[in-house]
Design a protein around this ligand. Structure first.
Ligand code: EPZ
Length: 423
């Protein structure tokens, strides 16, 4: 397995362009099952998570033509070979469960294993199962093999989410597009990737109203066509780099981003004392801010995103004062903190959801074992860039899942970081 070797102390300087959002591109691939026509996904970055979804799509019978240099993939489902997701691929990919919606919509059947994803919590799928049942789908499971069978064409129905789920919202929305009747989904997720997906589907014959609000209503239609899907900029990648630039007292222009998708994180950075110039499609972090501790509480969109909690927690180790970081979404998303503390940070982990960051503290490079998830991995790289001395991060597969060529992009910004094969 590869590892990163980082020599800290260099402020980031320069500019980067934000990639297309990983958590938008993966959903568009699932949506390609809804039509036999060719779908073109533009501004796609072939992160590991995206490659896994493309592999599942191919395995189901879809034809994939990649043009990585043009950041484009062409998808065409000529003939569906099967309705069971490849076990080895699906068990590593949380978004794999999105295929169930379109498979049921078009073919009335789907079979999956429990989806994988980051080790940031239990990651149950009860909301998906109860949502499909509310749409008249029969669900049977085989706990011994972690398998789930879904049978029946989704009928219109009403489902009230007891808690907000991004991928469950997207999956049930996809299931409802070709359902027989009207579907009303309440207490749904409002992340920008959801209106982006609904907008594409509506441009090709779907009838979806309310995406981006707490209630989505979908009138089922006979069929939809396919066409161009432009992936929106990755707001989490943009926010991650902004925190990294601020933590290194850098001078970084983050281009091709959507500041309007980052209103709360940008306001937190402003309150912390990060100096920034914000345009319509860029954010410029300027050095010299006096950083002070500000409490952070994660919340579903448009609140502070859980995916930015790890980078912002590391930023807070460089701020003056005490900050409470409250991770409300996942029970397993603070287990990187012990690694940052071993570098010299002073973070009290009160419980699996709360930590108190006391700063500023000097960080010192050291060898760190694998990251529990991709956002924690990015935060560990950030700590390495801040620290005095050398930091080694093993098994960086998790980081590659959501940050493309991280070491190349950071070297371009003046960081001293290399990728080496472990051993
Ligand atoms: C999506 O995960 C993102 N992944 C995650 O990003 C992100 O952290 C998360 O939304 C929250 O914003 C993708 O879009 C592929 P949830 P998702 O269902 O949909 C509970 C990254 O770093 N829940 O919104 O899986 C769940 O346990 C990744 O890019 C149930 O209880 O998250 C969690 O506590 C990590 N039952 C809460 O809901 C269910 O059936 C929110 O999870 C489903 C979820």
């Amino acid at each position: 397995m590869s590892k990163f070797i980082i020599s800290g102390g260099q402020p980031l300087k320069g500019e980067i362009e934000v990639n297309g959002a990983k958590n938008s591109a993966t959903k568009a691939i699932a949506a390609a099952i809804l039509s036999n026509e060719e779908m073109v996904i533009e501004n796609i970055t072939l992160f590991e998570d995206v490659r896994q979804m493309l592999a599942i799509y191919r395995d189901l019978g879809g034809k994939v033509t990649e043009d990585a240099s043009a950041k484009k993939v062409l998808l065409k489902l000529e003939n569906l070979k099967k309705m069971e997701l490849d076990k080895d691929l699906a068990c590593k990919s949380r978004p794999s469960i999105l295929f169930v919606g379109p498979l049921l919509s078009r073919f009335g059947e789907a079979k999956i294993v429990e989806p994988g994803g980051c080790a940031i919590g239990k990651r149950p799928i009860d909301l998906f199962i109860n949502g499909f049942k509310a749409m008249g789908v029969a669900v049977t499971d085989n706990p011994a093999h972690n398998e789930y069978n879904f049978k029946g064409y989704p009928q219109g129905g009403t489902f009230i989410f007891p808690l907000v789920s991004v991928t469950a919202t997207e999956t049930l929305m996809l299931a409802a597009v070709l359902a027989r009747g009207r579907t009303i989904l309440k207490n749904v997720a409002q992340e920008p990737e959801i209106p982006a997906l609904a907008g594409y589907l509506n441009n090709h014959g779907a009838k979806i109203v309310g995406a981006g609000t707490p209630v989505i209503t979908i009138e089922g239609v006979e069929k939809i066509t396919a066409g161009d899907f432009e992936v929106i900029p990755d707001r989490i990648e943009a926010g991650s780099y902004l925190a990294m630039a601020a933590a290194t007292n850098g001078d970084l222009l983050v281009r091709k981003c959507q500041p309007k998708h980052l209103e709360v994180p940008l306001d937190i950075l402003r309150q912390i004392g990060v100096k920034m110039e914000i345009g319509s499609d860029y954010v410029h972090v300027i050095p010299g801010g006096e950083l002070k501790a500000i409490d952070i509480k994660t919340h579903e969109y448009p609140g502070f995103p859980t995916d930015l909690q790890p980078p912002f927690t590391v930023l807070l180790t460089q701020a003056q004062g005490r900050a409470l970081v409250h991770e409300t979404i996942y029970e397993g998303r603070m287990f990187y903190i012990d690694k940052i503390n071993r570098m010299g940070a002073d973070i009290i982990l009160c419980d699996p959801h709360r930590a108190i960051v006391i700063g500023p503290t000097k960080l010192y490079g050291r060898e760190l074992e694998r990251s529990p998830d991709l956002r924690a991995g990015f935060a560990m790289v950030m700590a390495g860039l801040i620290a005095e001395g050398t930091t080694i991060i093993d098994n960086i597969y998790q980081i590659d899942r959501g940050y493309e060529h991280l070491e190349k992009r950071l070297r371009h910004l003046g960081a001293e970081i290399i990728r080496a094969d472990a051993g």
